[in-house]
Every structure is written in C-alpha cells, then in structure tokens.
Design a protein around this ligand. Structure first.
Ligand code: ATP
Ligand code: MG
Length: 579
C-alpha cells in the first residue's frame, strides 16, 4: 500500500462494528486457532461496489485479526457462470489490494464430498427424493399463514431414496423431474425450513467439472458445507440470508462437524443512483446500454478502475460506510469524497482546456524578447527560437515532490470558453470586456483587447496582449485578480475528454421495473479538448489533476500520446462533508 493510503487509514477511526467486536470477543476467549473468513462470489458477472464492501470486510477482518481469507467461487449454477468472470474477479480482488490464502477455491471442487453427505442425509432419514412437478412443490409449500403439504414421497424408505438419488445422479431424469429435499418440517414458520431442495437435475456442462455431473447442489446446501470444509470461523453475508441461517445451522449440525462455522449477517451496501445487482448490470451490458462491464460509468470494480477510482479511495469509502445491521442508502458523494481525498497528494497537475477558445497574443514576440531580464527570480524557462516557444519549467505538484515539466507558451493559446463572458453575471471573477485582465497560470498577465464574433454572435477568438513585466511578478503597484489555465495552440495536443454524470437519473434505479426509464441521458459527454504535452505523453492509466477542472485518468485502453483520451474521475470539490 502506498504511504497515502496508510495515511488515509490512520485517519479513519478504529473500526468498531458489531462484527469486529464479536470477533474480538472470540479471539479473547481463544475460541478458534485462527480466524478464517471467505469472500464467496458466484462467477456470473463482474464484481460491483456492493462486493467491494464484502471484500473489505472479509479480507479486512482476516488481516486485522491475523487470520486468513479464502477466495471461493460459489459455482453451483453452471448456466450463468463463465471463465471470464472467474478471471476478472481475481483481478479485481488483487487490484483492491487484497490477497487470498492459497489458491482460489471452488465450491465445485467439493461436489464429490457434497454428494457423499447428501447420501449420508438420506441414510439418516433426513433427505428424500421428490418427484412432484416444480409447480406442485411450490404450491405445496404453503404460505406464511398455512403449513405446507407433505410430498407423497416424503416418507419413502431409505433404500428407495438411495436408489432414486443414484438414478438422479446417473442421468435417468430430465430437468425438473426429480429433486433431493432435506426432510425438516413442512409447518415451520420459516419457509426455508419447509423441506428445502438441496439437489436438482441440470443437464449442463460445468466450467470446472465438465460433464461429470448432471445434478448440482443448491446454494443453501453447498455454502454452509463449503464453509465447514474450509474451516471458516465467521461466514459473513448480507442480511437477506438471515432467514437462511436456521438451515445453515441445521445442515452443519446434521452432518456433524465438531466446530461448525457460523453465519453472521450485515447490511448490503446501497448507494443512491447506483445499481448493485449483477443481474441488472449484466442487462446493461447485454443490451449495449453501456460499453461493457468496464464502462467507466458502471459501478463495477472494472468500471470504477477505468474511471480512475483508486483502491485506496474505495477502501476508505468502505471504512466510512462501516458495517451495520440496518439497511440504508449511502450518499454517492461520500464515495466521491473518498476518491477525491485519495487523489490530492498523489496526482501530478497539468493544464487541459476542455472547451477551447483561441487567444492570439498580438505583442508576443516583442514581449517575450525581454523575458530573461524581466522575469522574477522564481521563474525557470528557456527560449526555443525555432519553435518560437518559451518553455516554462514547473513542478508537477505544488507541495509533493513529483518532479518537473516544461510547459510551452506560444503566440496562440487556448483558454476555456467559460473564462470569457461578454455579459458576465454579477459575481464573475474571470475575463469580460469590463474586466479584461487576468493572470495566465504559471506565466504572464494577459489583457484582452478585442473579441471576435461569428455570425451567430458567439465569441470565437480573443486578441490580447501580455505585460512583459509580469512573468512571475505582479504588475507595478497593483494585484491582478484571478488566474486561469491555458494551453498552447501550436504545442498542445488535441484530446478526447469524457465527463460523466451518474448513469441513472432516479435515486433508486432498482425500484424502476424498466431500467431504460431510469437512465440519465447525460451520463456521458465527450469533449474535444486540448492538453499540454506532458498530459498527452503520460502512460495510459496515469491520473492527473487538471487545474481548475478536476481529476482525470488517461484511459487504460484507448489513450495514446498521439490520440490522448482522458476520463473524468471526480470533480475538484464538492460542498459535501462526511458526518
Ligand atoms: P448480485 O445480486 O449482484 O448477484 P450476489 O449477492 O448474488 O450479488 P454474490 O456473488 O453471490 O453476489 O456475492 C458474493 C458476496 O458479496 C456475498 O457474500 C454477498 O453477500 C456479497 N455482496 C453482494 N452484494 C453486496 C452488497 N450490495 N453489499 C454488501 N455485500 C454484498
Ligand atoms: Mg448471488
């Protein structure tokens, strides 16, 4: 971890959530030799912000209590799972800064053992094969008010059940024709205890086990037993599994583990204007609403990485959100706050003009001819006669040592269109016909003498002069208010700059049945910008602060020095302050 991230983490208070407090007690009581947690994604999509919370919790807890955390693919449903998802999950966990113990594990590697235990349950008289149709099974489960109805096969003999289960395994039945159910209580007030299905027939190849199996264990059966196999001490999951805990305890108890794992539930992470559901995110990808799982607008780890979010910022966000029992919605601005804070001390500065307005300096040659004798002592520069360019040396960061760069200053520049207004609002601090003077960042004071309009009445060019005595100095006897950024027109490099708003315009996109209706039409704006050479020449994946504009990253995939592409990470500031 970088120094910056450890700083951030020091700033965050000691973590005192109910899970850590409970583990602290377990450690004190020496209940376990070692704390073992696991992060158990199903490889049916890319990881998203919600998973980041689970990752930070599971891996974080293991780190803090000198334990270990497993990465285990909960791959019990081969239809939706893919190798690409498996690979990207690993990449994402590493990128977030965590390391799992040993190899990545798969629930599918336990299929033999899980099958043996299913046979054991049948032999114990605690599981039976049910050949009712899926509809009958559903109808016979009863309701919250009424007990369910027992299957006609509920009391079949152990021998018959063993035969039927073997037949299931051997491919005798089509999908939906037979299931294995735990025999618990059809009147239990908890519906999950009304003889839950633990195995189903699926004539499907599995990405890990090939065509070995045509029956697959249900998640609720495979998960606790996988935890038990791996010696997981604390199985941390989200609140929707609370009602599944009785079955979790039932199954590990029936199989007879000496020190069974325990499940503890915490609240899911929900963030406004964001979706945290792989299924719905997949729909956005499949329908081409976004440019793939790593579209910078996606709340996936891949998307956030491409957007330029930092692992440090994401971890800081998760610390701030904390771990609790109550569901709630977290303000998106908290995430942006954490990201922004991780960037200030770690990104070089640079100048980029997002909406270029041409400025011609009418006294350029004459003014710069005396640069060496007139400059302030603090200014370092060199004159390039061939290119008619004054190269100004500037540190890359105002107070962190990140080296220096040369910025070209030339006769024609670009400033931002927003920095000149013919009829400015009352509190306007930049250029206008009434206030024609301003400091150009890192160089001279500029005075606009004339604006050029097109037929539509828009300003398309400014003609201006520079004051030769102001290279690093204030003009005699007064201070010029305001500083703007600029880029040389001849030495700057045209660049694509992408600005983002949230992908959804509604606060809770998960509540909208048609995802299309929830989309923000302005989620992406592409601008033809101009950037100073140091920005264009950066490696893909480098983050910057564009002065006065925000934080940006050279796109991981599309950026090159000939065709620079930058994604906006986050704005420079926001009035939002975390509580
Ligand atoms: P999705 O609904 O997006 O498919 P999931 O819960 O089915 O999510 P899994 O791959 O099964 O996804 O989840 C892996 C782990 O991540 C689980 O322990 C799950 O509880 C946790 N997790 C998933 N979403 C969130 C969330 N929004 N907040 C916190 N933890 C989450
Ligand atoms: Mg799931």
């Amino acid at each position: 971890m970088s120094d910056n991230s450890s700083n951030i983490e020091q700033k965050v208070e000691q973590k005192n959530d109910f899970i850590r407090n409970m583990i602290r007690e377990d450690v004190k009581a020496q209940k376990y030799k070692q704390i073992v947690t696991r992060f158990p994604p199903e490889p049916n999509g890319y990881l998203h912000l919600g998973h980041v919370k689970s990752i930070c919790l599971n891996f974080g807890v293991a780190e803090e209590f000198d334990g270990i955390c497993h990465l285990r693919y909960d791959d019990t449903n081969p239809t939706a799972e893919k190798q690409d998802y498996i690979d990207n999950i690993k990449k994402d966990v590493h990128w977030l800064g965590f390391e799992w113990a040993g190899e990545a594990l798969h629930a599918s590697s336990y299929f033999d053992q899980l099958y043996t235990w299913a046979v054991q349950l049948i032999e114990q008289g605690e599981a039976y094969v049910d050949m009712q149709t899926p509809e009958q099974i559903k109808d016979n489960r009863g309701s919250y008010k009424e007990a369910g109805t027992a299957s006609p096969q509920r009391d079949a003999s152990v021998a018959d059940n063993l035969q039927l289960f073997a037949d299931m395994k051997n491919g005798k039945y089509a999908e939906g024709k037979a299931v294995l159910r735990a025999k618990i209580d059809m009147a239990d007030p908890n519906m999950n205890m009304r003889d839950p299905i633990i195995y189903r027939v699926m004539h499907q190849e599995h990405h890990q086990t090939g065509d070995k199996w045509c029956i697959y264990p249900m998640y609720d059966y495979a998960h606790p037993l996988s935890d038990a196999i791996e010696g997981i001490t604390h199985s941390l999951c989200t609140l929707e599994f609370e009602d599944h805990r009785p079955f979790y305890d039932w199954i590990v108890n029936k199989i007879g583990f000496e020190q069974p794992p325990h499940q503890y539930e915490f609240s899911r992470l929900n963030v406004d204007h964001t979706l945290t559901s792989k299924r719905k995110l997949k729909q956005l990808v499949d329908e081409g609403i976004v440019d793939g799982w790593d579209d910078p607008r996606m709340p996936t780890v891949a998307g956030m990485r491409r957007r330029g979010y930092t692992p440090e910022g994401l971890r800081d966000f998760c610390h701030r959100v904390g771990v609790a029992k109550a569901d709630g919605v977290v303000d998106m601005r908290l995430l942006e706050f954490s990201i922004r804070q991780s960037l200030d001390d770690t990104t070089a500065r640079g100048m980029a003009v997002l909406k270029p307005l041409k400025v011609t300096i009418t006294n350029f040659s004459e003014a710069v001819s005396s640069w060496e004798s007139q400059k302030a002592d603090s200014v370092t520069a060199r004159w390039d006669d061939t290119a008619q360019t004054l190269w100004l040396t500037q540190p890359n960061h105002p107070n962190v040592d990140m080296g220096e760069r040369e910025i070209p200053f030339t006769e024609t520049l670009y400033i931002d269109q927003g920095d000149y207004e013919i009829e400015p609002p009352a509190d306007y601090k930049r250029l206008s016909p009434e206030k024609p003077e301003i400091r150009l960042r890192n160089t001279y004071v500029l005075a606009v003498s004339e604006h050029v309009l097109n037929d539509a009445g828009n300003v398309i060019e400014l003609k201006a002069t520079i004051d030769p005595a102001t290279l690093g100095n204030n003009p005699e006897g007064r201070k010029v208010k305001g500083v703007i950024h600029w880029v040389s027109a001849s030495q700057g490099v045209p660049a694509t700059v992408r600005l983002y708003e949230s992908l959804f315009s509604v606060e809770d996109p998960s509540s909208v049945s048609d995802v299309h209706a929830a989309l923000n039409p302005n989620s992406l704006t592409e601008l033809s910008a101009v950037v100073e050479p140091s920005l264009a020449n950066a490696n893909a994946g480098t983050r910057f602060q564009f002065e006065r504009e925000g934080y940006f990253i050279a796109d991981e995939i599309e950026h090159s020095s000939e065709k620079p592409v930058f994604n906006q990470i986050v704005s420079l500031r926001d009035s939002y302050k975390p509580a």
